[in-house]
Design a protein around this ligand. Structure first.
Ligand code: NDP
Ligand code: 2IT
Length: 452
């Protein structure tokens, strides 16, 4: 094998941009990893020789397809579906499906790239993938959602399988959508396999999967605070989103004696100065998953709380922040406001919620910063445990799964400390730690396979 000419970070990124024009989210995700990897591999010829980063940043394949369905008025609607299979060096592709009007190839490529490192950090045998559609489930009837999901799976089934690629939920894909898709997969293939995770408990789903991402993000936050000699108890938390990840993150903050102050959706945020209690959270969960309502309704329901239309919660003073809605939802300017308001720690429940310069601002200010690929890995970790239970045709207990989730999150935290602790400094750069630890395992597996 010829020794490669070493390109520098800038040259590498120029190539990524040229090959993936206009895919800004993908460029951002690749840069965030590459800036650390370049430094790490500068004296490790083998990674250059095998062009490892160049290969991880080129998805194994991107499948895109037409999805036709009929709405309740008999109109034919046309959507685009995708599955990005980024890398399967350490296991079958694994990652969620997102249904949201903003979905495009750039967003799914960034998510599949991130998922590759996240899944590696869990220690479970899972490669990285992501998929979805620009379909908007909001405002659609259950029958419309069912027809869309069936049509989507009628193409997707060719590309997935328990040893090939195992999708799950993400934004806009929860228990209802997974049920419709699993039903259609079973109908088409006549096979009952664990091809999707996040399934209902009646048909092969795992206990603790629903809670896992939000709870896991708080376990990670707790570990970061412990490492720094403090704890969640008594601290105020600002949280964005009001879906699966946000509500369970808020719940675990409550379990730890913290005070959740905010939740949000795409229309604005609610601020409850007296704190969001378990009772209020239960009301929000029902609002979002059963009534499919808007978070603004919280302010009419609970006296003393406020709805801030068109705004994000980062202006509220607090000790802890958990962005749990979507990518780039903390701008660099908002990060600076949070720093001047005295924020102590961030745990990213959403994927890539902080702009690149915002992350640097937090790190420069020595704010504890748990990046998404580490902090939100609890969801996919329990998905991995769901796969194992399905293969065993067994269901484990909630206690067992809670214990395993905690232990996986501790192990991710430990890997970040090992690779992210600066010499002679107490401060841990968790971004660096997560990127290096996630990369090394995938890279070494790829080297073992040779050029494939
Ligand atoms: P849900 O669909 O359950 O909830 C999404 C929440 O985010 C809603 O409150 C939604 O508001 C809000 N949101 C979505 N898009 C936007 C936007 N463009 N601007 C403002 N708010 C928005 O999704 P999840 O809770 O599952 O996912 C939230 C985040 O967590 C995503 O980044 C996802 O990738 C990540 N994640 C999820 C995991 C999981 O297991 N579910 C695992 C790891 C990460 P609205 O109703 O107005 O759209
Ligand atoms: O971003 C993510 O890790 C997820 N949406 C969960 C993926 C999964 O396969 O459980």
């Amino acid at each position: 094998m010829a020794v490669s000419d070493h390109v520098d970070l800038q040259g590498f990124m120029d190539g990524v941009k040229k090959r993936n024009p206009g895919e800004n989210e993908f460029h951002q995700a690749v840069y965030e990893v590459a800036q650390y990897i370049f430094d790490y591999i500068k004296d490790k010829e083998i990674y250059h020789e095998h062009q490892i980063l160049r290969r991880i940043a080129e998805p194994d394949r991107v499948v895109s397809f037409r999805v036709c369905w009929e709405d309740d008025n008999g109109n034919v609607r046309v959507q685009r579906g995708y599955r990005v299979q980024n890398n399967n060096a350490i296991g079958p592709y694994k990652g969620g499906l997102r249904f949201h009007p903003s979905v495009n190839q750039s967003i799914l490529k960034f998510l599949a790239f991130e998922q590759t490192f996240k899944n590696s950090l869990t220690g479970l045998p899972m490669g990285g993938g992501k998929g979805g559609s620009d379909f908007n489930p909001k405002g659609k009837s259950d029958n419309e959602v069912m027809r869309f999901c069936q049509s989507f799976m009628t193409e997707l089934y060719r590309h997935v399988g328990v040893d090939v690629d195992v999708p799950a939920g993400d934004i806009g894909v929860g228990a209802r959508e997974i049920g419709y898709m699993f039903g259609q997969y079973k109908r088409i293939t006549n096979q009952y396999t664990g091809v999707l995770t996040g399934k209902g408990l009646e048909y092969g789903g795992s206990l603790v999967r629903t809670e896992a991402t939000g709870y896991g993000a708080v376990y990670f936050l707790e570990d970061m605070l412990k490492q720094a000699g403090t704890a969640i108890e008594g601290k105020k938390a600002i949280i964005s989103g009001s879906g699966n990840v946000a509500t369970h993150a808020a719940e675990k903050i409550l379990h730890r004696g913290g005070i959740p102050l905010t939740l949000s959706d795409s229309e604005g945020f609610i601020y409850d100065p007296s704190g969001i209690t378990q009772e209020k959270l239960d009301w929000v969960k029902e609002l979002k998953t059963i009534k499919r309502g808007r978070i603004s309704e919280y302010a009419s329901q609970f006296k003393g709380s406020e709805f801030h239309k068109g705004k994000r919660p980062w202006i509220v003073e607090a000790d802890l922040a958990l962005p749990c809605a979507t990518q780039n939802e903390i701008s660099t300017d908002e990060a600076k406001v949070m720093i001047s308001n005295g924020i102590k720690a961030i745990s990213e429940g959403a994927n890539m919620p902080t702009e690149q310069d915002g992350i640097h601002a937090f790190l420069d200010a020595k704010v504890l910063f748990g990046p998404s690929k580490a902090a939100n890995a609890g969801g996919v970790a329990v998905s991995g445990l769901e796969i194992t239970q399905n293969l065993q045709r067994l269901s484990w207990t909630s206690e067992d799964l809670q214990k395993q989730l905690k232990s996986i999150m501790h192990s991710i935290h430990d890997q970040c400390v090992e690779y992210g602790k600066e010499n002679n400094e107490n401060f841990v750069d968790y971004v660096k730690g997560a990127n290096l630890a996630g990369f090394i395992k995938v890279a070494n597996a790829m080297i073992a396979y040779g050029v494939v």
